[in-house]
Design a protein around this ligand. Structure first.
Ligand SMILES: C[S@@+](CC[C@H](N)C(=O)[O-])C[C@H]1O[C@@H](n2cnc3c(N)ncnc32)[C@H](O)[C@@H]1O
Length: 232
């Protein structure tokens, strides 16, 4: 393991590890056409928040990545994550892989713990189906923003709330309390596209597109995009 786990896995961690071992491959299959083309230019120092079982690693171009730093707070997922990293050519022994048992919020520049991952130095930051779950979306987006080098790119693929007033949104709001319990704190009703647009504006470049194929019929509408920090 790249970094000593800072705590042992809770029952909830173990449950989600098993849950995602069965749900993750199907999700990845649906997302493969998008994931295949999203990471072609990802290079240099790369950070992924909420790597889970490392489903994105196989799409990364290992030879153009100097270092892959992963934040995954669920330590029960680490063995599968580390195995997927090795399979894709990322390995602590090779010096191109580091794993922290930390949430995205730990990137915040105000974090004082010595084991916090370094911030302010990434060429690319990746997030896949994670912003629905983080404790504080604004803190995580601010942290990503300041952790990118000038000209650095945030690459995301997330699910979000349907438009207000639609049946899907009504159903999302109605099922969210129970959904959260079974899906590791995942929220169906976050306006994440708006949150990202709020954070990257002005001189920065932002592209967002709705994906044609939602997950679980229409319950999880998907979008993907890129946000690029200014070059200076
Ligand atoms: C739905 S899974 C997605 C995993 C992986 N990114 C994928 O696409 O297969 C969400 C992941 O986010 C992690 N997570 C939860 N809260 C987080 C936080 N605050 N910061 C970073 N990751 C978090 C979970 O442990 C879980 O591995």
């Amino acid at each position: 393991m790249a970094t000593e786990p800072e705590r042992t896995a809770s029952l909830a961690d173990k449950y989600f590890d098993r849950f995602y071992a069965s749900a993750g491959p199907g999700i990845d299959k649906t997302l493969t056409p998008y994931r295949k083309e999203m990471y072609l230019d990802v290079r240099g120092d790369v950070l992924e928040i909420g790597s889970g079982h490392g489903s994105t690693f196989k799409y990364l171009k290992t030879d153009q990545i100097t270092k892959l730093v992963c934040l995954e707070p669920n330590v029960a997922m680490h063995p599968t994550l580390v195995a997927a990293a090795k399979e894709a050519g990322f390995d602590k022994e090779k010096g191109n892989f580091v794993l922290f048992a930390k949430p995205g919020e730990a990137l915040a520049p105000t974090t004082t713990t010595t084991s916090a991952p370094p911030f302010g130095q990434y060429d690319f930051i990746i997030s896949n189906l994670v912003l629905c779950t983080v404790g504080n979306v604004d803190v995580v987006l601010d942290s990503i923003h300041v952790s990118l080098k000038p000209g650095g790119t945030f690459v995301f693929l997330e699910h979000h709330a349907a438009e207000k007033g639609t049946w899907t949104r009504f159903f999302q709001e109605w099922t969210n309390p129970a959904w959260k319990i079974f899906a590791d704190g995942c929220n169906l009703n976050r306006d994440l596209e708006q949150d990202i647009k709020k954070r990257w504006n002005g001189d920065e470049q932002l592209t967002c597109e709705e994906l044609p194929e939602p997950l679980l019929n229409s319950l999880l509408p998907l979008f993907r995009g890129r946000a690029v920090n200014p070059k200076m």
